[in-house]
Design a protein. Structure first.
Length: 66
């Protein structure tokens, strides 16, 4: 993990958003959406991202074009 281990993620930093997406297995758009919704608390965002990925694994059709 090459990111600095701070308690915050900068939502305007594209590299941090993409790194979050790769690290947690979600898309970059999903990562940005979580940041927009939850703020910049790293722990909360990573937990939500992992929950999103697990939910998608249980229901693979979710997240497809609406």
């Amino acid at each position: 993990d090459a990111l600095p281990e701070t308690g915050e993620i900068a939502s305007s930093d594209v590299l941090e958003v993409e790194a979050l997406a790769v690290r947690t297995g979600i898309s970059g758009d999903e990562a940005q959406e979580l940041l927009d919704r939850l703020g910049n608390d790293r722990a909360a965002i990573e937990q939500a991202a992992r929950s999103l990925k697990a939910k998608r694994r249980r229901n693979p059709d979710e997240g497809l074009a609406k």
